[in-house]
Write a protein that binds this ligand. Structure first.
Ligand SMILES: [Zn+2]
Length: 456
C-alpha cells in the first residue's frame, strides 16, 4: 500500500515537472515570437514582394522561389521542392457588369468572375431571375429560368457565431450555382458574395461544373450591389443585367510544394507535417488567406530551431500549392508520402487567417481528442481555450485517406472578421495585425512542440 502511494506521489511529481517544463518552454516560444519575431516582416515580404499568387501565375512561381529562399535562409536541415501538376485558370483583362434600369439608366456593379468560370465570349445580356436560396433554384423550372441570368442572393447568416458555419451554408451557391442554373437553360449566373459585411468588395472563390451540363459564366457581386439589385427587382418587377468576362481555363501546369525539415532525434522515420497554402486568389494579396498560415508555420519552425529544440520526430514544414482551386498540393503530398512508405503520425494546418488565437480543433481518435483537450491548461495564460473535436484543414485532410490513424489539428483563430477579407481585394497586408499574427505563430510553435512531445 505504502509502495503504491509512493509510486503515485512519484508519478504525479514527474507529471508536474513535465507540465512545468512544458510551461516554461511555451513561455520562451511566446517571448521569442512577440519580441524577436519574423512573422510580420515575412508576411509583408510575401504580400508586397510577391503579391497575389494564383496557381499557374508568374507570382505563384515566384512564391515557390520565395518559400525555398526563406526556408534555406533559416537553415532548416533540408529544403526541397516537390513536383506537382496543377490546374491553370486566368481572370483575363475584361470583367464588368451592369444593371440595366428600365428607364435606360446603367448601374455599374463591383463584380469578380468565380475561379474556374468560362468567359462570356463578348457582352451578354438577359433578364434577371432572383433566388434567395440554392434550393429555390433547384425547385424552380425551365420556364422560369431559360435564357435568363440567374441571381443567387443567399446571404450568410449573421446570427451564426461561428462564421465558418455561415460560410459553409452559402457555399453551394458559389460551388454549384452555375450548373444548377444551367440545368434549366440559364445563360449566366451571378451570386451574392460570400462575405458578412455590406461593402463594395466582391469575393471570388472556386466553382465546379457538373459533368454533362452546359458550362455557363459565373461571377460574384459585392454584397451592396446584390442588395441594390434585389431592391430594384422588387421595385421594377423585371430588370436586365449585362456582363462581359474573358476569363478562361488553360492546360495543366507543373508547380511545386515547398518543403523544409528538422530531423527527429528519437524517431526520425516518423513525420509530423504542418503548413498552410502558398497559393492565393488573384485579387488582394492573400494576406489572411493564407499568407498568415504560411508565415505562422515558417515562424514556428524558425522559433523551435532558434530555441535549440531537438524534436523527437521529424518536423516537416509544407507550403502547399493550389489549395484554392484544386487542392493538388495537398492531394499530391499525401499520395507521395504513401508511395514512399513514410510514416505520418500527425499534421497541423493554419488556414483561417491571422487573427487572435482561440485554440485548436482535432480530427482524430479518442486518444488524440483527449490529448488535445489536455493541452488547454498549458495555453490558458495565452487566452486560448477552444480545444475540441473538429476539422483539420483542406491541405492536410488527404493524409487521412492513406493514414486513417493520423491526428489532424486545425489552428482556430477568432473568426469574426475573416469573411470581411476572404477572397476579396481587401485581403491585403495592411489588414493583418502584427501582434495577432505573432500570437498565432507562437501558438502553432507551441502546439507542434506538444504534439511532438506527446505522440509516439
Ligand atoms: Zn485558404
Amino acid at each position: 500500500m505504502r509502495l503504491v502511494c509512493l509510486l503515485v506521489v512519484l508519478l504525479s511529481a514527474i507529471n508536474l515537472e513535465a507540465q512545468q517544463s512544458d510551461s516554461a518552454f511555451i513561455r520562451k516560444i511566446f517571448n521569442e515570437a512577440l519580441s524577436e519575431g519574423h512573422a510580420y516582416e515575412d508576411l509583408r515580404s510575401l504580400c508586397k514582394d510577391v503579391g497575389a499568387r494564383l496557381t499557374g501565375s508568374a507570382e505563384a512561381a515566384m512564391a515557390v522561389k520565395w518559400g525555398r529562399h526563406k526556408m534555406e535562409g533559416y537553415g532548416f536541415d533540408s529544403v526541397y521542392l516537390q513536383d506537382i501538376t496543377v490546374p491553370h485558370w486566368e481572370r483575363g483583362t475584361t470583367e464588368a457588369g451592369w444593371i440595366k434600369h428600365p428607364d435606360g439608366k446603367l448601374l455599374k456593379v463591383h463584380l469578380l468572375a468565380l475561379g474556374g468560370s468560362v468567359g462570356t465570349d463578348g457582352l451578354i445580356e438577359g433578364e434577371v431571375v432572383e433566388f434567395k436560396h440554392i434550393d429555390s433554384l433547384k425547385n424552380s423550372s425551365r420556364e422560369e429560368v431559360e435564357g435568363k441570368i440567374v441571381f443567387l442572393n443567399q446571404p450568410m447568416d449573421e446570427q451564426m457565431i461561428n462564421t465558418f458555419r455561415a460560410y459553409g451554408a452559402c457555399y453551394p451557391i458559389r460551388g454549384h450555382g452555375a450548373s444548377e442554373a444551367a440545368v434549366f437553360g440559364a445563360k449566366a449566373v451571378i451570386i451574392r458574395s460570400l462575405g458578412l459585411p455590406l461593402d463594395h468588395h466582391p469575393h471570388t472563390g472556386s466553382m465546379q461544373y457538373k459533368e454533362g451540363v452546359d458550362k455557363i459564366p459565373a461571377a460574384a457581386l459585392s454584397t451592396l450591389d446584390a442588395e441594390q439589385l434585389s431592391s430594384l427587382i422588387k421595385e421594377e418587377g423585371t430588370l436586365r443585367f449585362a456582363i462581359e468576362m474573358d476569363c478562361r481555363n488553360y492546360p495543366d501546369q507543373q508547380s511545386h510544394n515547398v518543403i523544409g525539415e528538422m530531423r527527429g532525434q528519437e524517431s526520425q522515420e516518423k513525420f509530423i507535417s504542418f503548413g498552410g497554402h502558398l497559393d492565393s486568389w488573384d485579387t488582394g494579396e492573400g494576406a489572411h488567406d493564407d499568407g498568415a498560415g504560411i508565415v505562422h508555420c515558417l515562424e514556428a519552425l524558425r522559433i523551435l530551431k532558434e530555441l535549440g529544440y531537438q524534436p523527437r520526430h521529424t518536423l516537416r514544414l509544407v507550403f502547399f500549392m493550389n489549395e484554392e482551386n484544386g487542392n493538388m498540393g495537398g492531394k499530391s503530398y499525401a499520395q507521395i508520402a504513401h508511395e514512399k512508405g513514410e510514416q505520418h503520425i500527425a499534421a497541423l494546418e493554419s488556414d483561417r487567417g491571422g487573427f487572435t488565437p482561440r485554440g485548436f480543433s482535432c480530427d482524430g481518435n479518442e486518444t488524440h481528442q483527449a490529448m488535445n483537450e489536455r493541452f488547454a491548461p498549458l495555453f490558458k495564460p495565452y487566452l486560448l481555450h477552444k480545444f475540441e473535436e473538429g476539422y483539420g484543414g483542406v491541405d492536410i485532410s488527404p493524409l487521412k485517406d492513406y493514414y486513417p490513424d493520423i491526428a489532424l489539428f486545425g489552428f482556430l483563430p477568432d473568426s469574426q472578421r475573416y469573411f470581411d477579407f476572404h477572397h476579396a481585394p481587401s485581403d491585403v497586408f495592411e489588414n493583418v495585425n502584427k501582434r495577432e499574427l505573432e500570437l498565432g505563430a507562437a501558438s502553432m510553435a507551441a502546439m507542434i512542440y506538444l504534439v511532438d512531445q506527446r505522440m509516439e
